[in-house]
Design a protein around this ligand. Structure first.
Ligand code: GLN
Length: 269
């Protein structure tokens, strides 16, 4: 169990997101001072604590200027502004974020989190906001070209994720030895140094990383069994007003075109 001390961002840090986060301040709990289509929300916390991953570009990561940015970061800022709630974004890591919500240390999480039936036993999810599936990737130019080529080797996976669940499901068939990491970046490092011959990751994340020159190639995917969209999550039955606000804000961002602007900002650079 991690404490919430790792990295903390009030509202949202960085660039446009900061402007949006700051603009959202002052509107909590009532519509007073909140701009746009903010409802009176019935918000019960000021601020809500929202957990996220550390490095999961283009959804959350620290840019070259040291600002914490990404699709999730901007979406949350824009939704909070639209709906008039305040939040404190905590960059904890994916598995730590899952724990933080379950233990009540965080009210919600936005972390490129796949909506799955298993998780629905524990969490309530927002409407989906981004489609995803899983992949395996090896160092570009290496002899590892498909799942068969991984037979009998070590591979790197990220604790608590859907891509790890995929690796676990094919582990026996391909005689994989799994090593678990808390951060995507550490998993990539283990692969580039050759300790693992491949790593398992969400496709949009690896595909983006490749466009950014991370030196990997995608060698396999599973769209059939491991396709699931991302959603914002709260603990089952808790803070329903926050979930409702997220959905209402997401809809309004989609209607206004701001959702597309945010996604394009991070995927078409
Ligand atoms: N989408 C994946 C999952 O929910 C991975 C999320 C992440 O690593 N931030 O399991």
């Amino acid at each position: 169990m991690s404490s919430l001390s790792r990295r903390q961002f009030i509202g949202a840090a960085g660039g446009a997101a900061a402007a949006l986060g700051l603009a959202a301040c002052g509107g909590s709990g009532s519509s007073t001072g909140a701009a746009g289509s903010a409802s009176d929300g019935g918000f019960t916390k000021d601020p809500y604590t929202i957990a996220t991953d550390t490095v999961f570009a283009p959804f959350e990561y620290t840019d070259d200027d040291g600002n914490f940015v990404g699709i999730d970061v901007d979406l949350l800022a824009a939704i909070a502004k639209d709906q008039g709630f305040n939040y404190d974004l905590q960059s904890l890591g994916f598995d730590a974020a899952l724990s933080a919500v379950q233990s009540g240390q965080a009210d919600g999480m936005i972390a490129g989190m796949s909506i799955t039936d298993e998780r629905k036993e524990i969490f309530d999810f927002s409407d989906p906001y981004y489609d995803s599936y899983v992949c395996a990737a090896a160092v570009d130019g290496s002899e590892y070209t498909d799942l068969d080529s991984l037979k009998g080797h070590k591979v790197a996976v990220k604790t608590g994720t859907q891509s790890a669940a995929w690796a676990e499901s094919i582990k026996d068939e391909y005689q994989l030895e799994l090593t678990y990491f808390d951060e995507s970046s550490l998993m990539y490092q283990d692969t580039t140094t050759g300790n693992s011959v491949a790593c398992f990751e969400d496709y949009p994340i690896m595909a983006y990383g490749i466009t950014q020159g991370n030196g990997f190639k995608i060698i396999a995917t599973d769209e059939e069994n491991f396709s699931s969209p991302y959603g914002f999550a709260v603990l089952k039955g808790k803070v329903p007003e926050l979930l409702a606000a997220f959905n209402a804000g997401l809809k309004s961002l989609k209607d206004s075109g701001e959702y597309d602007t945010i996604v394009k900002k991070y995927t078409e650079a």
